[in-house]
Design a protein around this ligand. Sequence first.
Ligand code: CO
Length: 296
Amino acid sequence: MSTTTLDKPTTVTLPRPVERIVAGQATSDGAGVKLTRVLTHDLQRRLDPFLMLDAFGSDKADDYIAGFPDHPHRGFETISYMIAGRMRHRDSAGHEGLLENGGVQWMTAGRGVIHSEIPEQEEGRMEGFQLWLNLPARDKMRTPWYRDFSAAELPRLTTAEGVAVTVIAGDSHGVAGAVTRDGTEPLYLDVHMPAGTRFVQPLPASHNAFVYVYRGAATIGGQPVPVQRMAILKNDAAADGVVIEATHEDTRLLLIAGRPLREPIAQHGPFVMNTHEEIFQAVRDFQAGRFGEGAH
Ligand code: CO
C-alpha cells in the first residue's frame, strides 16, 4: 500500500473536450443481475481497446443475489472493481478469492477460463463495475492470469487540492498503478473530488479515453457530465490531457484511457477474438472441455 501526497501540480496545456455524453442501457446478465451497460457493443471501435463497461449498484438483494454462475471467457481481460459488497470468485485455473469493498480483481482470460462470481451477502448494498479490456492478437491465447488487490493494496495519491485518486492501472502524477500493460497501456483511475476542486490528468493524444461519473456531477471543458453518465473525450492531435472540475458537489468518477489496438474485433458473447474462425474454435474448445486446461 502507498499513499502519495502531491505538492507540485501537473499541467495540461490543451485539454480534451467532451465528444459525446452516453447514458448506457439497462440490462441484466449472469443469472439475472441488474446492471447498466455503459460501454455498449456499438462503442467498441470508438473506445478500442475497451470492449465493455458495466455498472451495477443496488440495495435490493433480488437485483444481485443470483450472481454470475460458471461461464467462460477467452481473448481479453476482465477488471472487476467493487465499491460496496462482497463477491466470491472461483475459476477453472484453481484461483479463488473474495472481492470486497474497494477491491479489484484483474483477470486475464487469455486462451480460456471458466469462472463464477457469486455474492457473499443476502442483503445490503452491492455496487461496482466490470470493465473488459481487449488483448492484442499476439496475447489472446496466452496463459490465463489472475490477481486480487484489496483496497489497502491499491496505490493512492492525494493532490494538493484534496482530490483522492486510486490508481488501478497506468500512471497518475508519478504514481504507478497496481497493473501495467504494454500493448494497451490502460489507465484506470477512481477519482474522488471534493466540491470546488479540479483534477488534471495528462493523456497521450492517440489514446481513447472516457469518464464515468458515479456520484455528484463533473464539468469537462465547460460541458456538464451528470451522474451515471459517460463522457467520451475527443481525440485531438494537439490535446495533451483532460481537466475535470467538480463545481458544485462532491463527485466520484472513473477516468479510463488506453492505446487502441486497431485490430479486427470478432465477438460472440464471452469470446472476443480477431476472426470468425477463431470464434468457432473457441466454441469448439469450450464444448470439448478444453477451457482451463494447462492453467493448473
Ligand atoms: Co466473467
